[in-house]
Design a protein around this ligand. Structure first.
Ligand SMILES: *[C@@H]1O[C@H](CO)[C@@H](O)[C@H](O)[C@H]1NC(C)=O
Ligand SMILES: *[C@@H]1O[C@H](CO)[C@@H](O)[C@H](O)[C@H]1NC(C)=O
Ligand SMILES: *[C@@H]1O[C@H](CO)[C@@H](O)[C@H](O)[C@H]1NC(C)=O
Ligand SMILES: *[C@@H]1O[C@H](CO)[C@@H](O)[C@H](O)[C@H]1NC(C)=O
Ligand SMILES: *[C@@H]1O[C@H](CO)[C@@H](O)[C@H](O)[C@H]1NC(C)=O
Ligand SMILES: *[C@@H]1O[C@H](CO)[C@@H](O)[C@H](O)[C@H]1NC(C)=O
Ligand SMILES: *[C@@H]1O[C@H](CO)[C@@H](O)[C@H](O)[C@H]1NC(C)=O
Ligand SMILES: *[C@@H]1O[C@H](CO)[C@@H](O)[C@H](O)[C@H]1NC(C)=O
Ligand SMILES: *[C@@H]1O[C@H](CO)[C@@H](O)[C@H](O)[C@H]1NC(C)=O
Length: 386
């Protein structure tokens, strides 16, 4: 792929007071971006890597079809230590999708088919043949995509992209109460679910643990516009279907969501708009139609997003997952403050095919990217970003 020399920077607003924006329309192919020369290196992996997460600076996990690979991340790129199989249902998405890990790093959660699977981290790192610690069996779907944990890891929220006929094919969030025994096993109680829009995939917790932000790719089956929903976590714990606080339009194909470290901004990738959107968290609840404050052009079909450099940058995984001709895949490096000021024209780091999910090492030095269609884990030296 030849690097493009086209690089446009437009400052649309020079003051910090940004007026409300309308959700972006759909866009097929993103404009060309300047290429950044940043050190990367590849680990070849079996087949279609998806969710990825670090347990420590030296260990990461990646979902690879119906297995989980354990990576030794003490080298650049990482090496694979071992893998173990997982099975949970054979309809929907029986493969491992998003990953989450408890704050004490003892339990890993895998989003799979009808819910989530808990894994004993210590056993998995030791190479145990079966490190499974428990099953979180849901009822409202077989297409689990992301798992998000409550602040103290005692509740587990699972997005079910497609829901079931009982939810009229609306996607859902399923809620589980979990307990870890001293031997590492995890037992769960099913609390219930809430129906949201169509194709519910992304979720993220606010830093204070009081809100769960959730994306739906489409408002309903016939729409192109997606939504960002705000859910009240206390209500989710007892009566999930009553937890919806607010909904905002979030562009075409809203897929993943991340919250700033101070909780003030909620960022969403609008995959079919090729945009990274910023919402004002307070305005989402006071007047959601005024909450969209930045709409940032990124590459084609952004999916994963991750803060790096202590929140200074956001990296998006521009997947080109619909394989549009004449476009690139890559990671757009967005300067957060400049983006909030209306700046456009951010550059990219090239990747393999279908970069999907991202994980940052605890020391903040390395970003791992799962390139789903190139069967590689790409390590990126993010200390080189200035
Ligand atoms: C990871 O790799 C490093 C460097 O090769 C090695 O020293 C270390 O023992 C490995 N860790 C594990 C858990 O195998
Ligand atoms: C949950 O799923 C697991 C794995 O398929 C199964 O072994 C277990 O019996 C299920 N538990 C319940 C309560 O349905
Ligand atoms: C672990 O502890 C739980 C709860 O006390 C118990 O139900 C389970 O059988 C134990 N599992 C193993 C493998 O000992
Ligand atoms: C669920 O689906 C129905 C039919 O498609 C739709 O009218 C309704 O608004 C959806 N509910 C939610 C909460 O999105
Ligand atoms: C909500 O925001 C919209 C868009 O900025 C604005 O037109 C409307 O007046 C606001 N509503 C209230 C009640 O403030
Ligand atoms: C892709 O770009 C090439 C070279 O500019 C052009 O000939 C071709 O028509 C383009 N294809 C599509 C589908 O736009
Ligand atoms: C953003 O705007 C603020 C307020 O005008 C200004 O202080 C700051 O330097 C700007 N930052 C960038 C990166 O443009
Ligand atoms: C990593 O793999 C991708 C996809 O095959 C390739 O484009 C890239 O050049 C590789 N990077 C390195 C550093 O080898
Ligand atoms: C990452 O880049 C920094 C700055 O250029 C360099 O000092 C460091 O050695 C690089 N890390 C690796 C693993 O090569």
């Amino acid at each position: 792929m030849a690097p493009s020399l086209q690089f446009f920077v437009m400052t649309l607003a020079s003051t910090a007071i940004v007026s409300a924006l309308s959700p972006p329309i759909c866009q097929t192919v993103a404009p060309l971006q300047k290429v950044l020369d940043i050190q990367t290196a590849n680990l070849t992996i079996d087949n279609a890597p998806f969710g990825i997460i670090y347990a420590s600076n030296d260990i990461a996990f990646v979902g690879v079809a119906e297995t989980v690979a354990v990576l030794n991340t003490s080298t650049f790129p990482p090496t694979q230590l071992s893998s173990f199989p997982v099975h949970f249902g054979n309809t929907g998405f029986p493969t491992v999708q998003g990953l989450a890990i408890t704050r004490n790093k003892k339990t890993l959660y895998l989003s799979v088919g009808p819910g989530a699977i808990a894994v004993d981290v210590k056993k998995a790192v030791a190479g145990a043949a079966n490190p499974i610690a428990g099953y979180l069996n849901g009822t409202a779907g077989t297409t689990s995509i992301e798992t998000t944990l409550s602040l103290h890891d005692e509740y587990v929220f699972v997005t079910q992209e497609d829901g079931t006929t009982a939810t009229k094919d609306n996607g859902t969030i399923e809620v589980f109460h979990v307990q870890r025994a001293s031997n590492g096993s995890v037992s769960s109680t099913y609390v219930g679910y809430i129906e949201l829009g169509y194709l519910v995939v992304g979720s993220a917790l606010s830093p204070d643990g009081s809100r769960l932000y959730v994306t739906s790719e489409q408002i309903n089956e016939d729409a192109t516009q997606g939504t960002l929903s705000v859910l009240d976590v206390e209500t989710l714990k007892t009566n999930p279907s009553a937890a919806l606080l607010a909904t905002a339009g979030a562009g075409c194909g809203a897929v993943r969501v991340a919250v700033s470290h101070d909780g003030k901004h909620v960022w969403v990738t609008a995959r079919e708009s090729n945009k990274l959107l910023a919402f004002d968290a307070a305005k989402l609840e006071s007047n959601s139609s005024s909450a969209l404050i930045a709409s940032v052009q990124v590459g084609t079909s952004p999916v994963g997003l991750h803060f790096v450099n202590h929140g200074r940058h956001i990296i998006t995984a521009d997947s080109n997952r619909f394989s549009s001709p004449n476009t690139t895949t890559g990671l757009t490096v967005v300067d957060v403050e400049a983006a909030l000021n209306g700046t456009q024209g951010f550059p990219r780091i090239p990747t393999g095919l279908f970069p999907r999910e991202l994980a940052l090492s605890p020391d903040g030095k390395t970003l791992l990217v799962s390139d789903y269609s190139s069967d590689i884990i790409q390590a990126v030296n993010v200390t080189q970003l200035t």
